[in-house]
Write a protein that binds this ligand. Sequence first.
Ligand SMILES: [Mg+2]
Length: 339
Amino acid sequence: MTNQKEITIAVASLFSQGVAKPLAAPGGIITISRNTFTKKVEAGNNAWIASMRDSSPTRVKSSRNHPSETEEKNSWIVNHPSALNMFEQIVSGSKGKQIVMFLDYDGTLSPIVEDPDRAFMTSEMREAVRDVARYFPTAIVTGRCRDKVYSFVRLAGLYYAGSHGMDIKGPSKSSRYRKGHQGVLFQPASEFLPMIDEVSKVLEERTKSIPGAKVENNKFCVSVHFRCVEEKMWATLVEQVRSILSDYPKLKLTQGRKVLEIRPTIKWDKGKALEFLLESLGYANSADVLPVYIGDDRTDEDAFKALRNRGQGLGILVSKVPKETNASYSLQEPSEASI
Ligand SMILES: [Mg+2]
């Protein structure tokens, strides 16, 4: 077991430099019930819309300082990629434990922009990720299609877990992180490929009439982006998506930031992907590992929860505003870092 106190001290010194704020008292754990979201699904379309509104604030009113920036573009870590490099400093406090980095993409490494195809990371952020990966095994864990996220990140030597962890690929050649490692390819939902393809086409066809709706086939899951859909059309969109999904009982609907996600019902998520990657790195039951997961969205909560269940590691939520979370730390706008 990780000595939580030592880690807390190491992290506390890191965060005292203004990088992040603990969400609980040092060493403390926040426990949040995740039933709320499930109940919303059962409650019908209205609850969905409320939830969409809740998690997807539309453009923030222009401020004097940043007249052209949206709320998402103000994401602290996106504007301060150097924060990633500061994790080097955990090493000294981690007492020789192997740090493994897990990074979400949208909203964590890149801003949430209107066109999801243009959610590019800055070259500064790319450099920061490259630096991190130089020191620690590093994985990008995303809801996006793996190839898509690779086209954004463009760094070899990393692990890429696309489709919410349902499409995992490691560095193809023997890894510098693990002797004799022959690369990883893991696709626990491969039987769903034809179904996902089909539902993606149906969704595309039947959301055409909703201006701004964008369907993205992420290979093992589908995203319906509503960041450009007027709020008055959200009800129609949810109704349409839910009605299509009623023909696909093996698929489920979840929600992220400005996106509806259609996924196989298999018990696999970013948390399971994290466990899988730790295992493939040889740290399944190791006390000598310190996994660090940084993410901004509901789907990242599964990974935060996995860390809690392991009793080791650091979950860090990127958020501008206080949120219910299983993470232990947050990175947010310094001016609002006052939980
Ligand atoms: Mg995200």
